[in-house]
Design a protein around this ligand. Structure first.
Ligand code: DP6
Length: 427
């Protein structure tokens, strides 16, 4: 039995990211993060892109603290600039300085979870926490993202900034959904996943869709208190498991505007946004649900691309950043696409294995075993100008597929926090 006040109680969870095929853009309530339209996303395989988060509580913790990728984050909150700005996030990951975890969005999530916390007892460890006691226990959160870090990228800071840009929109929900999910497990919250999604939503809107695997709809809801603005699963990842997702992380200059402020500006200045939300999206959402149900790739691609009426062998979509997300209907098409992509965008440093991350087996499926194979690729038939190549424009590609929602990680060895010190392992 742990001595009075000396125990540390922990839980670890892993949460995926999602890519919207019908986008969330614009809020009707900034504080509660209520959207102006429904949105639909696909959840990516957590083996390729996910956040693992360990949360801990102890009577000996004097304040809430958070660490990212093992390093102390000094200014982290779910709505503060660091997570919105690629360069500041970069420094957040690389510099070990610490300030309080005080962001309004983070505190909203924590408050909502604490409100729903239940009595907890672990007789073996001699830990007994009553519902009302959770209010007085501070949390330590350590989170690790499995996407390539600066070291894994082995390229310039610009390259890493691109990576961060790719995930800057997503890192909120990586961390946020992982933290909300894991805190809820730790605090014995009995709410269903829909309710958890409405808490995750208050950290970052798009985050709420990561609470489920497969195809997920975030229903905008009608109520002022946001209680009906929740995620629902349209179909699980097994429903349409031949889809292949390829993300091109590009090397161009990074955008400076976050989604949060970008969408605020759109709501305030664009009459088209109202039209989109009220007229365009509702019918698109219905059609998308039908396309997903019927595994109708032509309609899925058409709706995802939305503005294009060309032949859709592949669907593509962009978030607020410049990185392209391409969805192929099956592996065969994905290999054809990959060969074209690698023809046009060969790796600058000739290292094929770090140029494609995630599901690397797509390379051998495409018959690409070495850089010689890439260099020997024939020019795609549609190419008009000879030798039209853009070496260095793409930092790297990620190949993924549909995946599951968040999961508890039971193995003690995978916990990021030391169960005795309550601090991240290795810090
Ligand atoms: C472009 O969820 O990052 O990815 O709710 O203000 O945190 P906040 O915004 P955020 O918005 C990202 C929107 C998007 C499209 C989408 O995922 O639907």
């Amino acid at each position: 039995m742990a001595p009075e006040g000396q125990w540390v109680l922990m839980a670890t969870g892993r949460s995926p990211t999602n890519i919207a095929v019908i986008k969330y853009w614009g809020k009707r309530d900034e504080a509660l993060i209520l959207p102006v339209n429904d949105s639909i996303s696909v959840t990516l395989d957590p083996d390729h892109l996910s956040a693992t988060t360990t949360v801990a509580v102890s009577p000996s913790f004097p304040s809430d603290r958070m660490w990212l990728n093992g390093k102390v984050s000094n200014s982290l909150s779910f709505d503060s600039p660091p997570l919105q700005s690629p360069l500041r996030l970069l420094s957040c990951l690389m510099i070990r300085e610490e300030i309080a975890l005080s962001g309004g969005r983070f505190q909203s999530c924590l408050r909502e979870i604490r409100k729903r916390a239940c009595d907890f007892e672990d007789e073996k460890q001699g830990i007994k926490i009553k519902k009302e006691d959770w209010e007085n226990l501070h949390v330590h959160i350590a989170s690790y993202n499995n996407f390539p870090t600066a070291a894994g990228l082995a390229s310039s800071a610009a390259g890493f900034a691109c990576l961060v840009n790719h995930v800057s929109e997503h890192i909120n929900y990586y961390l946020n959904t992982a933290a909300v999910f894991t805190l809820a497990k730790l605090m014995n919250v009995k709410e269903d996943y829909g309710q958890l999604s409405s808490i995750a939503r208050q950290g970052s809107g798009s985050a709420c869709r990561s609470i489920y695997g497969g195809f997920v709809k975030w229903c905008m809801g009608k109520k002022d208190d946001g209680s009906d603005s929740i995620a629902v699963q349209l179909a699980d990842e097994a429903h349409w498991n031949d889809l292949v997702i390829i993300i091109a992380v590009v090397s161009s200059k990074q955008k400076e505007t976050s989604s949060t402020s970008g969408m605020k500006d759109s709501v305030e200045t664009s009459p088209l946004l109202q039209y989109r939300a009220q007229t365009v999206v509702p019918s698109r959402v219905l059609k998308m649900e039908e396309a997903i149900k019927n595994r109708d790739f032509a309609s899925f691609a058409k709706l995802t691309c939305a503005d294009s009426n060309q032949f859709h062998a592949v669907a593509y979509t962009f978030d607020a950043g410049p990185n392209a997300v391409m969805i192929a209907p099956n592996r065969k098409t994905a290999t054809v696409l990959l060969k074209k992509l690698l023809y046009y965008f060969p790796p600058q440093d000739k290292d094929l294995s770090s140029y494609l991350v995630g599901d690397k087996s797509i390379l051998s499926d495409a018959g690409l075993h070495s850089m010689e194979d890439v260099e020997a690729l024939p020019a795609p038939p549609e190419m008009k100008t000879p030798d039209q190549k853009f070496e260095g424009d793409v930092s790297y590609f990620i190949c993924s597929r549909l995946g599951t929602g968040p999961k508890v990680v039971a193995e003690e060895s995978e916990a990021l926090i030391d169960s005795v010190t309550g601090l991240p392992k290795g810090v």
